[in-house]
Design a binder for this molecule. Structure first.
Ligand SMILES: O=P(O)(O)OC[C@H]1O[C@H](OP(=O)(O)OP(=O)(O)O)[C@H](O)[C@@H]1O
Ligand SMILES: Nc1ncnc2[nH]cnc12
Length: 256
């Protein structure tokens, strides 16, 4: 299958602004060539009607704020068949939840038992010897990937929730969306100063959500070892909002 090289509008949304007609629109070329490292095209399997493949770059990447460049993460043997299958198991639904948005839908990844397992395994292989005591999962889709990783590496799982969901005493962190703000909360006492955390979410777009999670954990003295996502939308430059904290990503999705 050929890579699509059309130019599309990138639009983001926020749940709190679901009815607002005002959201960021930027124009870019959503091709794998936009990523600052060499990529291979692949032929995603199209097993579901009415969606487009991510056409994603099937490589693990890790980035840090020093260079703000994505670098190939691992040795060649880590760029294995698992990444291409994971990329092709993520479907893209155009115009959801609003016109112009290319929704990266991980529910199809969850239907593919091998691809889902491979996703968890890739994270577990990376973090199992990093002395991580806390996996902090971001609502809602970080709650899908975080717990199996936490169990496998022997860490506790801490939910980072939208406001007024946690019943105990919380600390909160506001973060900016494309228009307006949202708030993330964490239970007081869930973590202790000196612990080492991994933050997990399904996707990084602008980086506002992960940035808030980092600030919450750092405020109580926790060391954020790394942020990890299944998918990144590199054109939205979310990496730049994470300060010095490294970001590890399995799939780069163009033009989402
Ligand atoms: O990098 P950002 O621009 O902050 O966006 C990334 C966030 O957006 C999505 O969640 P969403 O806000 O849609 O919430 P939901 O998972 O509860 O639906 C996604 O799961 C990330 O958490
Ligand atoms: N394109 C996208 N797909 C899924 N979740 C998102 N969160 C922000 N942008 C998104």
């Amino acid at each position: 299958m050929m890579l699509l090289r059309t130019t599309v509008s990138i639009r983001l949304w926020s749940n709190s602004l679901a009815s607002s007609p005002s959201f960021i629109t930027s124009t870019t070329s959503p091709t794998v060539a936009a990523t600052p490292f060499k990529t291979k095209s692949h032929s995603p399997l199209v097993a579901f009607p009415n969606y487009r493949s991510t056409l994603a770059s099937p490589r693990c990447t890790v980035s840090d704020s020093d260079s703000l460049k994505f670098q190939e993460m691992a040795a060649e043997d880590a760029q294995d068949h698992r990444l291409a299958k994971i990329a092709s198991a993520i479907r893209v639904i155009p115009d959801f939840p609003k016109p112009g948005i290319m929704f990266q839908d991980i529910t199809t990844l969850l239907l593919d038992t091998q691809a889902f397992k491979d996703t968890i395994d890739l994270f577990v292989e990376r973090y199992k010897d990093k002395e991580i005591s806390v996996v902090a999962g971001i609502e809602a889709r970080g709650f899908i990937f975080g717990p199996p990783i936490a169990l496998a590496i022997g860490a506790k799982f801490v939910p980072m929730r939208k406001p007024n969901k946690l019943p105990g005493k919380v600390i909160s962190e506001e973060y900016s969306l494309e228009y307006g703000t949202d708030t993330m909360e964490m239970h007081v006492g869930a973590v202790e100063a000196g612990e080492r955390a991994l933050i997990i979410d399904d996707l990084i777009a602008t980086g506002g959500t992960l940035g808030a999670a980092i600030r919450l954990l750092e405020r109580v003295g926790v060391k954020v070892v790394e942020c990890a996502c299944v998918i990144a939308l590199p054109e939205l430059k979310g990496r730049e909002r994470l300060g010095d904290n490294p970001l590890f990503v399995l799939v780069n999705a163009p033009g989402a």
